[in-house]
Ligand binder design. Sequence first.
Ligand code: VAH
Length: 311
Amino acid sequence: TILVLGASGQIGNELTQRLRVLYGNNNVIASDIREGNNQMMSSGPFELIDATDKETILKVIKKYNVSQVYLLAAMLSATAEKFPQKAWDLNMNSLLAVLDLAKEKHIKQVYWPSSIAVFGPTTPKENTPQKTIMEPSTVYGISKLSGEFWCNYYHKKYGVDVRSLRYPGIISWKTKPGGGTTDYAVDIYFKAIEDGNYECFLSENTRLPMMYMNDAVEATIKIMQAKPKDVKIRSAYNLAAIDFTPKEIALEIKKHIPNFTITYKPDFRQEIADSWPSSINDNDAKQDWNWNPKFDLESMTEDIISNLKAE
Ligand code: VAH
C-alpha cells in the first residue's frame, strides 16, 4: 500500500485522489496533521500524522503494510520566510524520518518533492540547466537544496530508492494554495470568477516556470513507476511545462472573462520570485523516463475556468 504524508495540501490532495484511482481507494492511506476535505476523508483510509514524528509514521506503515511513502508535507516559500526555524524543522525532520524508515527497510520507495526554489539569484535564469550554480536565498530553497543532498546521500550510501522532482509553480483549482510565492497564479482564477478583478502581489513582467496540477501529478507517478536504473539523478530532476508572467495569464483569462481586470501591488514575495529562474531545461527527465507535459497556458486556463464555472 501507499502512504501520502501531507495529503490535505495543494499537491497531496490531488495526488491522493489520482493514486486512489490508479491503485484502489483502500490501498492509498491519506494522512496529514489536520483532517482533509470530506471527499478525501470519505474515499479511503485517513490517519492523523505529524510528518516529523517517525514513530507514528512507522506505526501506520505497520498497520497498513505500507511499501511506498509520498512525502508532500512542507512549509512553502512565503510562509517559511515568516517562520524560518519551523520551516527548517518541518521540511528537514520529515524527510530524514522517512529516509531513515527506508534505510531500516520498513518501506521500499520514497517520493519527496524538491522545487525550482533550489535555484538562486546567481543561477542562469533562462532554460536553467539540471546542473548549475545553486545559491538559494530563501529558507524554503535552502531546505529543498539540503533535502536533495540528503536524498542523494541515502541512495548512494544505503541504497534507498528515493525519487524527487524540482516542481515549478503548480496551478490547481481544487484546493486553495498553501503559502507559496507562485500562488498568485492560483488565486487569480478564483478572483476572476468571484470578483472579476485581481490585485497581483507580483509585478506584471515576473516570468516564472509553472505547471498545471494534472501534469505535476502525472510526472510524480511516472517517475515513481520508472525502472530504478532509469532514474539516474537521485538528487532531484528539473521538471518543466510552461512559463508565464502575470500579464500573460491575465490576457489568457480575459479571453474567457472579457471584463476581467488586474492591478499590481508587489509585496515581499517579489524578491523571492526575482531570485528564481524564469524557465527550466528538463531534458534529463525527458530522456531518462519519458517526461512529457500535456498542458499549456491556453489549455490549462480553459480547463480551470470551465471547472470553476461548473462549480
Ligand atoms: C512556492 N509553490 O511558491 C511553491 C513552489 C516554485 C514554487 O516551491 O513556494
